[in-house]
Design a protein around this ligand. Structure first.
Ligand SMILES: *Cc1c(COP(=O)(O)O)cnc(C)c1O
Length: 308
């Protein structure tokens, strides 16, 4: 039994109305860990456990770290998550709630990550948040479920941080014979490592990430993701932080589901019927989810962003 669940794929009436075409939602926010991350991380943790690993180590204070903590609890394997001091109290509490050991170390992620790496013994497995073929293989299962349902979308919209979800969805499209279905890669301005890489024709690293969408905050997409943009029909689109937050608020009212701005970036493209959706009649939006934002915080972000 996998650690993730098969999620519903529903047609959204409000989004379809807004976009003037059918918008389908793959509800990854319903995963027990609150995001799609559990598909890939669950498969990776399961695989490491079967290979005899006795502890899982992560340096993600976001949905990846939470997914590792969840997987470890389910498998009965101890988990250590090392996060920097900037990690919110909410994220810390969510990791602790899964009974993981939480170590807070350093001012920035690279310091926390360096400590996590130094802790690794022979029987430990390190779980990367996006750059791992096992993760991509796990994420691909979301496309298998859509294919089994009989729906072939004309385009798939998803959010891009380090590109693990993108690499997994492309793998899933290919293994279902859907190599012709374009992927629309959504990012927020200030976390647009993929859009800038595509514009420059090489995989660039951002100097700094300025977006509030912390789950998209990788400075650089993984090599595999960038390589796939040259093999698979891919369109890139960026939205402002305010558009992402507004989409989250609208989605909360429309579907009574609360997601992070990282996910709002994809929803914003659908609400706006963005040109990147092309001429597809049926568009699948991967509702990637995320548990680190609250309704209160969405409201505070809106106030901050409107004043900018
Ligand atoms: C991790 C994450 C993303 C980005 O996924 P990548 O694999 O890093 O591109 C988007 N949304 C949410 C909610 C996430 O947790």
């Amino acid at each position: 039994m996998p650690l993730h669940i098969a999620t519903p794929c529903i047609e959204s009436h409000p989004l379809s109305q807004a976009a003037g075409r059918r918008i389908w939602l793959k509800l990854e926010n319903l995963q027990p860990s609150g995001s799609f991350k559990l598909r890939g991380i669950g498969l990776a943790c399961d695989t490491h456990a079967r290979r005899g690993k006795r502890r899982f180590v992560s340096s993600s204070g976001g949905n990846a770290g939470i997914a590792v903590a969840y997987a470890g609890r389910r498998l009965g394997i101890p988990v250590t998550v090392v996060v920097p001091e900037t990690t919110t109290e909410r994220a810390r509490a969510l990791i602790r709630a899964e009974h993981a050991e939480l170590i807070v170390h350093g001012q920035a992620w690279h310091e926390a990550n360096a400590l996590a790496q130094s802790l690794l013994g022979e029987d430990d497995a390190f779980l990367h948040p996006f750059d791992d073929p096992l993760l991509w293989q796990g994420h691909a299962s979301l496309v298998d479920e859509v294919a089994q349902s009989g729906l072939k979308p004309g385009a798939v919209v998803l959010s891009v941080g380090g590109g693990g979800l993108y690499a997994g969805v492309v793998e899933g499209l290919r293994r279902n014979g859907w190599g012709d279905v374009p992927v629309v890669a959504a990012e927020t301005q200030g976390a647009d490592a993929l859009a800038q890489s595509l514009a420059q024709g090489e995989r660039i690293a951002l100097e700094a990430v300025t977006s509030i969408a912390t789950s998209l905050a990788a400075k650089q997409v993984c090599e595999q993701a960038f390589a796939l943009t040259r093999q698979h029909p891919t369109r890139s689109a960026t939205v402002t932080d305010l558009a992402a937050v507004t989409a989250c608020e609208r989605f909360l009212d429309d579907h009574r589901l609360l997601v992070e701005p990282a996910c709002g970036a994809s929803l914003a493209l659908a609400y706006a019927n963005h040109a990147a959706l092309g001429d597809a009649d049926d568009v699948l939006v991967v509702v990637c989810g995320g548990v680190t934002a609250t309704a209160e915080q969405l409201c505070q972000w809106r106030i901050q962003l409107v004043m900018l």
